[in-house]
Design a protein around this ligand. Sequence first.
Ligand SMILES: C[S@@+](CC[C@H](N)C(=O)[O-])C[C@H]1O[C@@H](n2cnc3c(N)ncnc32)[C@H](O)[C@@H]1O
Length: 298
Amino acid sequence: MRALSKPLILKWLNAFMRFSPRALRSSAQHATDVPLQLRGECRAGQVYLVGAGSGDAELLTLKSARLLMQADAVVYDRLVGDDVLAMIPRGSERYYVGKARGHHSVPQAEIGALMVKLAGEGKSVVRLKGGDPAVFARMGEELDALAAAQVPAAIVPGITAASAAAACMGIPLTDRGHAQQLRFVTAQLCREDGTPDWGSLARKDETLVFYMGLSKVSAICHGLRQAGLPDEWPIMLVANASQREQQSLVGTLADMPEQLAAKPLPSPCLIVVGSVVQRVTTSPAAPADLHAAQVFMH
Ligand SMILES: C[S@@+](CC[C@H](N)C(=O)[O-])C[C@H]1O[C@@H](n2cnc3c(N)ncnc32)[C@H](O)[C@@H]1O
């Protein structure tokens, strides 16, 4: 049944690409066909480290979608969206290795061992991670586990939360008038026992993106102000970027802790700091309901 159903699903996906309303429009207007055929393989005994994107299933790459439909087993995390999970065929094996509410995540060594075991059984395995599998996603440990067991692997990138959040708020992450550098920072550094180099982070020509920082917003605002960024320096928080439940706050380093206390945001949440955030107020691509009456420093 499984052997029959997967080629069928791929056929449907190809048919969809060919006959979707957009494809039909393009053939009517330009007399062209959609040349895309999803025919790549999904090898037995190999592990594919695949990015699921930021939650919106339409932001999944075609390659990721194909592999999801072809793989014998899918090992997935908490931040993978339900719409993406719904694409896994019913006959495929699924293993959830994310954090359950109030519980710890499955230890990394167990995840590695699971992938090695599944591949050793001759299965094709997709290791599905939220966003991009190479950005704050412990890919290094997983590659090490696969290498130690001589399991072949391939990496399929996904849309990381920074790209999704910027797009959904209608701004670029870099802009020649605002930022010549872009830095992805793990806010785990802001723990009491770890001190980020605030001096190196407090630059006016850079956009900073903090991952895993919702509980560290006050520390981030304080650290950057202490290191010399102005009180009115722009910051935005975007929770559940690209999803129906997306929420955001736009403000300054001085007022963001108070804004967040008044309107707590859920996890996952991304923090973007930099003068490019000013562009939210004038962007035609910003969310329509954004309270953009913010006063920024120029
Ligand atoms: C362990 S990291 C995983 C990052 C992921 N690999 C990526 O490329 O986006 C988890 C953090 O990513 C951010 N994140 C992931 N998905 C998000 C989303 N849809 N909206 C906002 N932030 C998100 C949050 O900061 C969250 O705490």
